[in-house]
Design a protein around this ligand. Structure first.
Ligand code: DAT
Ligand code: MG
Length: 148
């Protein structure tokens, strides 16, 4: 089992896509183990995207991701990191296949609505960064919740 860090970025929140995005992860069979809305500080945004610090788009990326609320999530499941990346699709929405989140809703490389960890080490780093309080360990068993 893996846990991955997923974040709806300010454009996804502004466009009212939070519910749609959560639904796709739930329907896939991933388990929600962390969820909150925050307005990211410049410090946390720069730490999150540190790998891109030298890229020309970095200042704009930090301005964008701190411009309004983001929705931080942790999702668990077998191979959750790659499963989530496949649901999200490639970075540029214009090139992303229909059926993916970016392919269905995105027209831009910067405004691409959602972040997903790309490897086990980055998932661990990002979960620790955005969820320093930890995530929730709980057993999912929908049938046992149909009748009290
Ligand atoms: P991903 O979010 O698909 O993992 P990434 O890690 O390469 O993509 O880049 C992080 C974010 O930076 C990406 O979601 C959008 C932005 N970005 C990447 N390349 C860009 C570019 N060439 N121009 C503008 N923004 C870019
Ligand atoms: Mg990335």
């Amino acid at each position: 089992m893996e846990t991955t860090y997923i974040m709806v970025k300010p454009d996804g929140v502004q466009r009212g896509l939070v519910g749609e995005i959560i639904q796709r992860f739930e329907r896939k069979g991933l388990q929600l183990v962390g969820l909150k809305q925050v307005i990211a500080s410049e410090e946390i945004a720069k730490t999150h995207y540190a790998v891109h610090a030298e890229r020309p788009f970095f200042p704009g990326l930090i301005k964008f991701v701190t411009s309004g609320p983001v929705v931080c999530m942790a999702w668990s499941g077998r191979d959750a990191i790659s499963v989530a990346r496949n649901l999200i699709g490639p970075t540029n929405g214009r090139e992303a296949a229909p059926g993916t989140i970016r392919g269905d809703f995105g027209m831009d490389i910067g405004y691409n609505m959602i972040h997903g960890s790309d490897a086990t080490d980055t998932a661990e780093f990002e979960l620790g960064l955005w969820f320093p309080e930890g995530v929730n360990d709980w057993n999912q068993d929908s049938q046992s919740w149909v009748y009290e």
